[in-house]
Design a protein around this ligand. Structure first.
Ligand SMILES: [Zn+2]
Ligand SMILES: [Zn+2]
Length: 137
């Protein structure tokens, strides 16, 4: 798959049966539809249903950030704000192909999990995210 930001070939990373496409250049991450959900649910993160629901229902974010194209269908993706303070801007394909996180955004999100802003501070998904993407600076 080609990175929607820098057009580099992404690498497939596998972790506990979940496959992610990561860009080694910009550190962006693509989750195929359902993979983020699967990952978080596998790790039994509390508050995840609410979080995913909120993300699906959130209105398009107002931002000047350039729209990215879905690596699967090539259509422009929508920007969604997820999480709280700071909100993380996620790109989603409205055809349901998946989610794109810019480099560093997954780390911000995992920080929100670890600080208890989303879900529960002890939830095991945090360990997963931090192991995978590193701890926030
Ligand atoms: Zn890239
Ligand atoms: Zn798509």
């Amino acid at each position: 798959m080609i990175c929607p930001v820098c057009k580099a070939d992404m690498i497939v990373v596998e972790y506990h049966d979940i496959e992610l496409d990561m860009c080694a250049e910009c550190k962006g991450v693509w989750f195929d539809s359902g993979e983020l959900e699967l990952m978080l649910k596998t790790h039994q993160a509390e508050g995840i249903d609410e979080f995913l629901e909120e993300m699906r229902n959130s209105t398009d974010a107002k931002t000047d950030e350039k729209k990215r194209k879905c690596p699967i269908c090539g259509k422009k993706m929508d920007k969604k704000d997820v999480g709280k303070e700071p909100e993380v801007l996620v790109d989603t394909c409205d055809r349901g192909h998946g989610l794109w996180f810019d480099g560093g955004e997954v780390v911000q999100l995992s920080h929100q999990f670890s600080s208890g802003t989303i879900g529960h501070p002890d939830n095991p998904a945090v360990g997963f995210l931090e192991e995978f993407f590193g701890t926030p600076e």
